[in-house]
Ligand binder design. Structure first.
Ligand SMILES: [Zn+2]
Length: 304
């Protein structure tokens, strides 16, 4: 699933492409993928202008005229494909189909960008937005866990309010971070970092990287962390996420930018996806285990 840096990359590129465009028409191919799950979705969105595209946690927010919003979550296989009037398609999220080169956790997008199956819309297209300038935005999703919600201001506030601290915002102070960690102090630190109601946007990749950077074992109970370890984690999280945003994210789990390119963060990862490879902090190897059902990468020598 795309995490903060990947979603931020998609958001920035999408903002560039669809900002100030008017939505002329909307087509929904699978109502299970939209909310409300009826023609009301189409009626609500149609005719509105895109004011801007932004992010909250791992959610893409398309701000529309008339104080309405489209909230989009790509989940495991979601993809947004922007197609200009000339028909050139670019997409962000997960390429479809997943490349045959998939091995363990990495999937490499097909060279030259993403080519949706069977043209556009494809059999995986759940919704289509047509802009008045002749361009289109397609929401594709193989597994249908992703969704698009059309909401008013009140629901928008509720939905975005469910999430915790934004690690790249000014609110992410050491005090606020300590408070967040304390809330479920019996939990393992990796689970705490990935809890979207505490800290927003961190998933499997960046939780492993943050724990490694702070020399903390992901299995440690949050309450056992020393002041120094908490402070190190607090410094590491925004530093890693900022670098990842700059690198346009990590192309693991088949994520690509809206230009159909791989993100460049992969080569900067210290432990994630490096099971059995040499640790970048000591002569040992990177280990792997399952923690709360998620593959977890760590170095038993560097992390305590
Ligand atoms: Zn090590």
């Amino acid at each position: 699933m795309p995490e903060l840096p990947e979603v931020q990359t998609i958001v920035s590129e999408l903002d560039n492409k669809i900002k100030n465009k008017a939505i002329k028409s909307v087509e929904v191919f699978k109502f299970q993928s939209v909310r409300p799950m009826s023609k009301k979705f189409i009626q609500g969105v149609k005719g509105r202008k895109v004011l801007r595209v932004k992010r909250r946690a791992k959610m893409i927010i398309i701000e529309l005229s008339g104080k309405k919003y489209l909230l989009i979550h790509l989940k495991m296989t979601g993809q947004l494909v922007y197609q200009s009037k000339s028909g050139k398609g670019v997409s962000g999220g997960h390429p479809i189909p997943v490349s045959a080169k998939v091995k363990q956790i990495y999937a490499y997008p097909m060279s030259g960008g993403v080519k949706p199956v069977g043209g556009l819309p494809s059999k995986f297209t759940r919704a289509q937005f047509d802009f008045s300038d002749g361009s289109h935005l397609y929401f594709n999703d193989i597994r249908r866990f992703g969704w698009i919600k059309f909401v008013d201001e009140k629901s928008y506030q509720e939905e975005t309010g469910k999430y915790g601290l934004e690690p790249l915002s000014k609110d992410f102070t050491l005090t606020a971070f300590k408070e967040a960690i304390k809330r479920y102090s019996n939990r393992k630190i990796k689970q705490v970092l990935m809890d979207q109601s505490l800290i927003a946007g961190i998933g499997n990749i960046y939780a492993d990287e943050a724990d490694f950077a702070a020399h903390v074992m992901p299995t440690r109970q949050a309450k056992t962390l020393t002041a120094k370890e908490i402070s190190d984690l607090h410094k590491a999280i925004p530093r890693i996420l900022k670098l990842a945003v700059k690198m346009k994210g990590t192309s693991a789990d088949t994520y690509v930018t809206t230009s159909g390119e791989e993100g460049n963060m992969l080569k900067h990862l210290k432990v994630y996806g490096r099971k059995g490879e040499k640790c970048r902090g000591c002569p040992g190897d990177v280990h792997w285990m399952k923690l709360a059902g998620r593959g977890t990468h760590y170095c038993p020598l560097c992390q305590k």
